[in-house]
Design a protein around this ligand. Structure first.
Ligand code: CP
Ligand code: NVA
Length: 309
């Protein structure tokens, strides 16, 4: 695959800083083109993409399908009941069969090993649309949104408040490549994966802090970021988590502690009144909808990159 110039997009730190910033630049460029109404840039003409979803999705599905179409391609949605990867058929068989029909495979799966297996056996680029471990396309869109609103990612303080989950792992892996200040404030026992924290710290690129004190963490933040307390696959733990995560809701007093320059971000879907208040998500400094839109623009640039276009 690599020999022919094709790449996978599985983890942000599979790429160096120059490449990540180049993809983000490209995203801005193609975004401006699409916003201008220009519809003659069709690099994906004659190409198809298989999109495997073992979990529900709005943003990932619609942004990939729409983005690929706007640039000339055709995307196929394969839902949880369609191919039942690993159940009806082994992942390595799915990878090879879909590679015979498609130019890209995008997948949202539970076990991270599933995306690694797809990557190993596919002969076309594989893009990670979220696993239990990470969500690289989301954090690329988030970085793009920060660049648009703050001017640059380098030097900004991003404070994530909540569960040390897949979103946090992708923030850490971005911090291993591009310098900024990343803080994760989470309840005891809900810290991000230790190996990933070490990897990010040992890279020596960014200032990284893991804490159990959200009030202290948010001081001087440029961005306060939140995500659901119970991720997909953990919904039966939701009521237990609501108790443990008391004090980790992003509410108006917490945003006040962060200061007036702080933007609010959330990957969505949000549970209003749980991890974030309605007031915070609707406030003028909340940029959750431009952030959601940027999924499409970041991914368009990622798809161009993995195809060597
Ligand atoms: N943020 C995100 O990935 O949303 P979906 O689950 O709707 O795709
Ligand atoms: N942490 C969340 C992110 C959803 C986009 C989940 O995995 O459900």
């Amino acid at each position: 695959k690599e020999k022919s110039g094709l790449k996978d997009f599985l983890h942000i730190n599979d790429f160096d800083k120059t490449t990540i910033l180049k993809i983000l630049d490209r995203a801005l460029e193609v975004k401006a083109l699409l916003k201008s109404g220009e519809r003659t840039f069709l690099p994906f003409k004659g190409k198809t993409m298989a999109m495997i979803f073992a979990k529900p999705s709005m943003r990932t599905r619609v942004s990939f399908e729409t983005g690929f179409f706007l640039l000339g391609g055709h995307a196929l949605y394969l839902g949880p009941d369609d191919i039942q990867m690993g159940k009806r058929e082994e992942t390595r068989d799915v990878a090879r069969v879909l590679s015979g029909y498609n130019d890209i495979i995008m997948a949202r799966v539970f076990a991270h090993q599933d995306i690694l297996d797809l990557s190993k056996y596919a002969t076309v680029p594989v893009i990670n649309g979220l696993t239990d471990y990470n969500h690289p396309c989301q954090i690329m869109a988030d970085a793009l949104t920060i660049i648009e609103h703050i001017g640059q990612l380098e030097g900004t303080k991003v404070v994530y408040v909540g569960d040390g989950n897949n979103i946090v792992h992708s923030w850490l892996l971005l911090a291993a490549v591009v310098p900024f200040h990343f803080v994760c404030a989470c309840p005891k026992g809900f810290e991000p994966d230790e190996k990933t924290v070490q990897k990010a710290q040992q890279a020596g690129i960014s200032k990284i802090e893991i804490t159990n004190d959200p009030k202290e963490a948010v001081r001087g933040a440029d961005v306060v970021y939140s995500d659901v307390w119970a991720s997909m696959g953990q919904k039966e733990e939701a009521s237990y988590r609501r108790q443990v995560f008391q004090g980790f809701q992003v509410d108006e007093p917490l945003m006040k502690l962060a200061g007036s320059k702080a933007y609010f971000m959330h990957c969505l879907p949000a549970e209003r009144g749980v991890e974030v208040t309605d007031g915070v998500i609707e406030a003028p400094n909340s940029i959750v909808f431009p952030q959601a839109e940027n999924r499409m623009h970041a991914q368009n640039a990622i798809m161009l990159h993995v195809l060597g276009l």
